[in-house]
Every structure is written in C-alpha cells, then in structure tokens.
Ligand binder design. Sequence first.
Ligand SMILES: NC(=O)c1ccc[n+]([C@@H]2O[C@H](COP(=O)([O-])OP(=O)(O)OC[C@H]3O[C@@H](n4cnc5c(N)ncnc54)[C@H](OP(=O)(O)O)[C@@H]3O)[C@@H](O)[C@H]2O)c1
Length: 245
Amino acid sequence: MTTVPLFTAHNGFALPAIGLGTYRLDGDAGADAVAAGIGAGYRLVDTAFNYENEGSVGRGVAASGTPRGDLHLIHWPNPSQDEYVQAWAALVDAQSRGVVRQIGVSNFLPEHLERSERETGVRPVVNQIEVHPYFPQEEQLAYHREQGILTEAWSPIGRGEDLLEEAVVGEVAAAHGITAAQAVLAWHVARGTVAIPKASSLEHQAANLAAAEIVLDDAEVAAITALGRPDGRLFDGDPRTHEES
Ligand SMILES: NC(=O)c1ccc[n+]([C@@H]2O[C@H](COP(=O)([O-])OP(=O)(O)OC[C@H]3O[C@@H](n4cnc5c(N)ncnc54)[C@H](OP(=O)(O)O)[C@@H]3O)[C@@H](O)[C@H]2O)c1
C-alpha cells in the first residue's frame, strides 16, 4: 500500500498529502466509490453541505469497514460570505464541546484568517482553497506556511481537463514514467499542499494516491509552477464572491 506523507499544522495535527474529493460522488455509485477509495488506502475524505452527498459518503465509510477513528472526514457547512466570523466562532464552540476534533476553513483570504483569529483567539488548522498549476497561489501558500496553516488544494488537477494536456506536464510525466495527473499531484506534494482529487473509478483513485510517493526535483516543480497566470482560476471562484455549489 502507498505510504502517504503527512503534513503538519501549527498545533501538531497532521493530514495525509492526498485525500479523496467527493464532488458529484453521490447515490449508490458514490457510496461504492468512497468505499473503494478507502479500501485503496485513502484516509482523508472531503465532502460539503452543498454536495448533498453526506449520506453516500457515510454509507461508503461504513461499507469500507475502516474504523471511523482512522479517517479524516472533512465536512464543510455553507455560511454566507458575510457570516464567516460567526461561522468560525460556532466551529470554535463545537470544538470546545468535543463535537468535532479539528476545525478549519475554506476560501479564506489572509484578511479573513487574521480577523477570525483576532476575534476568537483560535487559528484554523487548514484552509481549503483553489490551487493547481494554472493558479499556484504562491503568496497565499507562503502566508499559510508562516502561520502553520495547512493548505488543502481544491480542483488540484484542474478538473482533469486542459491542464493534463500541457506539454510541460507531459514532459515531467514521461521523465518519471507516470501519468499527467500523477505529475500534477506530485507537484502538490512537493509544495507541501494537501490535494483532494475527485475520482470515481478505482483506477484513477489508486493512481492518484500512488502519486504521493513520486518525488519531483526543484526544476520540475518550477517548470510546472510556471504554468501559473493571474487569471488562472478555473471558474469564478474568487473568495470575495464565490460560494461553493
Ligand atoms: N471548497 C471549495 O470551494 C471547492 C470547490 C471545488 C472543489 N472542491 C473539492 O475539491 C475536490 C476536487 O476538485 P474537483 O472535483 O473540482 O476537480 P479535480 O479533483 O481537479 O478533478 C476531478 C476530475 O478529474 C478526473 N480525474 C481524476 N483522476 C484522474 C486521473 N488520474 N486521470 C485523469 N482524470 C482524472 C475526474 O474524473 P473521474 O471521476 O472520471 O475519475 C474528474 O472529472 C472536489 O471533489 C471537492 O471535494 C472544493
């Protein structure tokens, strides 16, 4: 089984470098896909209120037979943009009552992180944001690193589209005898970012997890990062306006 590196936050909490995204994994097929992913070795599963698939994820977790305590199940509620501080305070309260083990945020800019911590005294362990080679987010990653906040990358392989056809990605993949998706995931691992690729087939799930063991050199990482551009977001996911759907 793949050995997946762990990345550690400011409070010692660690997450595996690669987890399973579940957007559009729903119904019985979704439950089967989640169970298969956990069977293949995933220990981090990401879901959200808006995906309306908590039932499928829950059934998949149960069917996997893996003890709940061995898994990191990340679930995102959906507060509106202007309620983020109250939402964070509610999570702080839930954690203090032992309802959840660790608490983090998604699509927070540094100013949101600073205000949330200032008003509650508690720093998130993770911030899930859009990161892929078209949008490498160097500055925000540096800020997270400084604060000990883990970065979790959403749409890490660019939704499996144009990014995987890029020549530089193909060159890195060929040099290692791996696929384009694996090259991009190895790029995330090299940058210390937790990636949560969504994959419905066991073939893609296993290949994506195996990328956790692939080591790219600095020049390969830099060559892939050079695909970045200021307007590299895949869709209008700007945190000032984006609400996940
Ligand atoms: N917080 C937020 O605002 C936010 C926003 C977007 C996403 N997310 C989270 O991030 C997760 C991942 O993002 P995403 O689903 O948008 O995009 P993604 O993970 O970058 O790409 C998923 C697509 O890539 C394909 N794929 C997976 N593995 C592949 C491989 N090895 N080779 C070729 N194609 C492959 C999948 O197809 P198959 O299923 O057919 O394998 C699917 O079409 C989501 O599931 C969700 O949990 C969060």
